[in-house]
Ligand binder design. Structure first.
Ligand code: DSN
Length: 413
């Protein structure tokens, strides 16, 4: 940071403060992680200077001999991780990846069937405020309110009535294993495309902790900064059959120059994901989430679907704390150093800003080294704050425990 300190002390101070915040709080936002120093170096590298519209070996600019090799390495590593025939590493984010797939095989006005946002879907799966909801005709399937699991029968019935051109599986806030084959069977019967959005679980699939959608979906999209720890970005995987359609949908369809500094970050993170240590990390992430969920349930709180198979738990406050909003709980937990987010729950009646739920994830804290005992303690600390949010002696003791966990597992030391 020596250069930025000299040229722009204001920004240097803000970056220092953010580093201090990350070191001294516990990141439990299910979509966040802490990348390695190597990925940080890659993302902050000289590749931010380079234009390279096009694809390796076929660019619209000169001077691409090294970035061609870098992008090809990112592609080859991704192919190996997820066992895919074709990979595009250029989407700037998971949403851009979804947009690329839609543009490659759909026309405006075509029909998409996807999971509703309040039941765990994502904005880019057809929310009316998102491009996807504005350009396409959308219907949603939901989870069964009595179990919290995707209601596959109802999804099938809606699909048969609606006759979508494309079915989206995958989620942003769903704690259970997705049965990709159930979606594929319905898509195949109706002659629809199937896109699996694995954004949250890219790393869990890479580490063998969640079944892979490859082989069950025509297209698989994801982001690269959540459970896979490769820095911010997106990617698309499919069979060779769709390669040229997707390539042109991404560039020139929705993007110009690729963010090569992000692509080299992906290449570095993907190499890390190919190590045995990463498999252990993915396994520990899921173990930690299970233990965290059990501790929260032991404190009398309800989890959507009564548990988790993944890296996240979704707390439903409606029965135990009907007067608390997710936003209140988020604020109270942040004041003691536990950072997570308010989240809608199935059947939500509050606004997405207030919500009746809390989403908590273990990817980032597992990167720091947290184990089952730490997550059990953390679950108990969360319950203490939710149950008695304005008790200053509880706030003090929880803050102290949080600080000692942060010291036990230092970040970027
Ligand atoms: N916004 C991300 C999340 O938090 O789940 C998804 O893109």
């Amino acid at each position: 940071m020596s250069h930025i300190s000299t040229t722009d002390p204001t920004l240097a101070n803000l970056l220092d403060s953010e580093l201090h915040r990350q070191r001294n709080t516990i990141a439990m936002i299910a979509s966040e992680n802490h990348v390695s120093q190597a990925v940080l170096e890659a993302q902050g590298s000289i590749l931010t200077n380079k234009y390279a519209e096009g694809y390796p070996g076929n660019r619209y600019y000169g001077g691409c001999e090294f970035v061609d090799q870098i992008e090809q390495l990112a592609i080859d590593r991704a192919k190996k991780i997820w066992d895919a025939e074709y990979v595009n590493v250029q989407p700037h984010s998971g949403t851009q990846a979804n947009m690329g797939v839609y543009l490659s095989v759909l026309n405006p006005g075509d029909k998409i069937l996807s999971m509703s946002l309040t039941h765990g879907g994502h904005l880019s799966h057809g929310h009316p405020a998102n491009f996807s909801g504005k350009l396409y005709d959308i219907q949603h399937y939901e989870v069964d309110p009595s179990t919290g699991y995707i209601d596959y029968e109802s999804m099938e019935q809606i699909a048969k009535r609606f006759k979508p051109n494309l079915i989206v599986s995958g989620f942003s806030a769903y704690p259970r294993i997705v049965e990709w084959d159930r979606f594929q069977e319905v898509a195949q019967e109706l002659g629809a495309y199937h896109m699996a959005d694995m954004a949250h679980i890219t790393g869990l699939i890479a580490g063998g902790q969640h079944p892979s959608p490859i082989g069950h979906a025509d297209f698989v999209t994801g982001s690269t900064h959540k459970t896979i720890r490769s820095g911010r970005g997106g990617l698309i995987l499919s069979s060779e059959e769709y390669a040229s359609k997707i390539d042109s949908a991404v560039m020139p369809g929705i993007q110009g120059g690729p963010l090569l500094n992000n692509i080299v970050g992906k290449a570095v993170g993907f190499a890390e994901a190919l190590t045995p240590e990463f498999t252990k990390y993915a396994e520990q992430t899921v173990k930690n989430a299970k233990i965290l969920g059990e501790a929260i349930q032991a404190g009398g709180l309800k989890l959507v679907s009564d548990g988790t198979d993944t890296h996240l738990v979704l707390i439903d406050l409606r029965n135990s704390h009907p007067d608390s909003t997710g936003k209140d709980v988020q604020t109270n937990l942040e004041s003691v150093g536990i950072v997570l987010n308010a989240n809608t729950v199935p059947g939500e009646t509050r606004s997405p800003f207030l919500t009746s739920g809390i989403r908590a994830g273990t990817p980032a804290l597992t990167t720091r080294g947290f184990m089952e005992d730490d997550c059990s303690l953390l679950g108990d600390l969360i319950v203490q704050i939710i149950n008695d949010p304005h008790n200053s002696s509880i706030q003090k003791s929880v803050s102290k425990e949080v600080q000692s966990l942060c010291k036990k597992y230092p970040l970027y030391s």
